[in-house]
Design a protein around this ligand. Structure first.
Ligand SMILES: [Fe+2]
Length: 254
């Protein structure tokens, strides 16, 4: 796996080759200087050739991501609070390949979109017994948008690519062992039988370290794209009421 890299370019510098960074799930692409009334869908499908447009949970092609009143304590895009690291749609059979987020208004106070390279976590910090369990053991995920519960592993090989699936809020953790202590040693012990607790705690600790975070500060007229199979994303801090992004899901396959 190539190390993750990022690229920030103006819209007028974009070529079809710019999307290569996304097709190999190598990092994120941050495009600036996008004019008003831009045709995002044509750009994503025809210029960048990012595969198929996939339905949003409401059935539309795109969703406005903005804080709603009285949603402070939710864990999804409607909250005004922070959202911990997750991939979008972990309960889906295969989570969407690429996320595109356009910034229509950053709000008075810009909160960064923070990405974490989960494949780096595997190689740097995940003990082998836990990696093997994450690859093979289906765990239960709940949906934010329905009562659906789906069973799937955290890591899955598909078409010679590694697909990651994660959201601490959407893992149905069940009961933890009374012997399980929230300490690094307990979690890395190979006989640990509380797999999802161990994994969630290790990933939380790893993803909170500054060296494992890529911060993108979106301004009005920016578009950011990244692999939802490689990166988890999170929003840190409270969003201003006027913050408004637009989100698309793409298959990422030509
Ligand atoms: Fe998300």
């Amino acid at each position: 796996m190539e190390p993750s890299t990022t690229k920030t370019v103006r819209l007028d510098q974009i070529t079809p080759a710019s999307a290569q960074i996304l097709h190999v799930a190598q990092g994120y692409l941050h495009i600036t200087n996008i004019p008003k009334n831009f045709n995002y869908e044509s750009f994503l499908l025809n210029t960048l050739e990012l595969g198929q447009l996939l339905e949003q949970p409401g059935g539309d092609n795109s969703t406005l991501v903005k804080p709603e009143p009285n949603y402070e304590n939710r864990s999804d895009s409607r909250t005004s609070g922070s959202i911990p690291p997750h991939t979008d749609g972990p309960w889906l059979n295969t989570p969407v390949g690429i996320l595109a987020l356009a910034c229509h208004s950053p709000g008075e106070k810009v909160v960064p979109t923070c990405l974490h390279d989960m494949t780096r976590f595997i190689t740097e910090s995940l003990p082998l017994p836990l990696l093997n369990k994450a690859l093979e053991r289906p765990i239960n995920w709940k949906s934010d948008f329905s009562d659906d519960v789906k069973s799937a592993p955290i890591f899955e090989g598909k078409n010679q690519k590694l697909i990651t699936r994660y959201s601490q809020n959407m893992i149905l953790l069940g009961e933890s062992s009374p012997n399980l202590k929230r300490s690094q040693n307990a979690f890395t012990h190979s006989s640990c039988d509380d797999f999802s607790y161990c994994f969630a705690a290790l990933y939380r600790d790893w993803s909170q370290k500054p060296q494992n975070q890529l911060h993108a500060y979106l301004q009005k007229g920016d578009l950011i794209l990244f692999s939802n199979h490689r990166f988890t994303h999170e929003v840190e801090g409270n969003k201003s009421p006027s913050r408004c992004l637009e989100r698309w899901f793409l298959s990422g396959e030509k």
